[in-house]
Design a protein around this ligand. Structure first.
Ligand code: PMV
Length: 323
């Protein structure tokens, strides 16, 4: 019986991943770039145990079955193959933030699961190999393995599609002030959404410009140039949501409050407050600003009706093993 516990942080993409070249391998159609979120994380313990009849899973202390267990087991099958082991696993996972509320829980969950499972099997892998393996569970999980500001290379094969650090978390004091407008579980998960991306006439245009947007965003991070960053981050988020809304079936993740916040951010910016927005596959708005402005952004968000909670996260570190 071998056991390990790993912690991995959630991440917010500035240039988004939406759609795969290969759904099974989760090879994306475009590169992406993100920031880990330091106080939003998943802690996962994996115990490889020959005496178990099958894999088991608890999430936040409650036994999980159905789709959640199936997805974890499918990922464990891929890890077993890679690690050349056959034992079932007991998996215990805890999030310190609400699941399915637009804060990517699958990224931190599959990054922590991968690192814990590999470590418990007493196999040493490079960060690049761990990132590629985490990708098989959830694409964005590849970006929760390395530290800080992270780029995920598209790649054409399993080994080529991995994420690596662009700059460490303390390089730029960006803050993600997350306006929660709904804590309901989303109707269409990212996993179900990716295969629909190619049904939108706009997807080819979004993908064609993604590498260039990534370069602009990466350079803006390196230069700590917030105004260039703002322009490219909002544009990329809008492009992804335009694809979502024009897919078959159409995916509308926004709620009325989502739009109110986006408009308010544009107004606050015209008054001189440096803040921009980006949205994942959900209605909550990630408001990105520099640390000095975080309190102002949070206070203003709290005055908007429809905002039910506000979470604040700094840039975070790499996935790691807990003692
Ligand atoms: O890793 P997934 O399958 O949960 O996809 C994540 C998709 C977005 O959050 C919408 C964008 C991204 O790059 O994180």
């Amino acid at each position: 019986m071998r056991q390990a516990t790993a912690r991995a942080h959630s991440n917010i993409a500035f240039i988004k991943y939406w759609g795969n070249q290969d759904d099974d391998l989760r090879l994306p159609v475009n590169p992406s770039i993100s920031m880990n979120l330091d106080n939003l994380y998943t802690d996962t313990t994996v115990l490889w145990d020959d005496t178990l009849a099958s894999d088991s899973l608890t999430i936040n202390g409650e036994s999980a079955s159905g789709k959640a267990l199936e997805r974890v087991s499918k990922h464990l099958d891929k890890l077993r193959k890679q690690l050349q082991i056959s034992s079932p696993a007991q998996v215990q996972s805890k999030n310190n933030f609400p699941m399915g509320a637009g804060i990517a829980s699958s990224a931190s969950a599959f990054a922590a699961l991968t690192l814990a499972a590999v470590t418990a099997a007493e196999v040493e892998l490079s960060e690049r190999e761990l990132s590629a393996l985490a990708r098989l569970g959830s694409g964005s999980a590849s970006r929760s393995i390395p530290a800080g500001f992270v780029e995920w290379h598209t790649g054409k094969t399993h080994g080529e599609s991995f994420a690596e650090t662009v700059v460490q978390a303390n390089y730029w004091d960006l803050i993600d002030v997350i306006a929660i407008v709904s804590d309901e579980h989303k109707h269409t998960t990212s996993q179900a959404g990716h295969p629909t991306a190619k049904t939108s006439d706009l997807q080819n245009a979004r993908v064609a410009g993604a590498a260039q947007r990534l370069q602009i965003c990466k350079q803006a991070i390196i230069d700590r140039d917030f105004s260039t960053f703002t322009e490219v981050v909002e544009s990329d988020s809008n492009l992804m949501h335009a694809v979502m809304m024009t897919s078959q079936p159409p995916l509308f993740y926004w709620k009325p409050t989502t739009l109110t916040i986006m408009e308010s951010i544009r107004d606050w910016r015209s008054e001189g407050l440096a803040v921009c927005y980006t949205l994942d596959a959900g209605p909550n708005v990630h408001c990105i600003c520099i640390s000095n402005d975080a309190d102002t952004v949070r206070n203003r968000l709290q005055t908007l009706s429809g905002v039910i909670d506000v979470r604040v996260a700094n840039a975070g570190g790499a996935a790691h093993i807990l003692p």
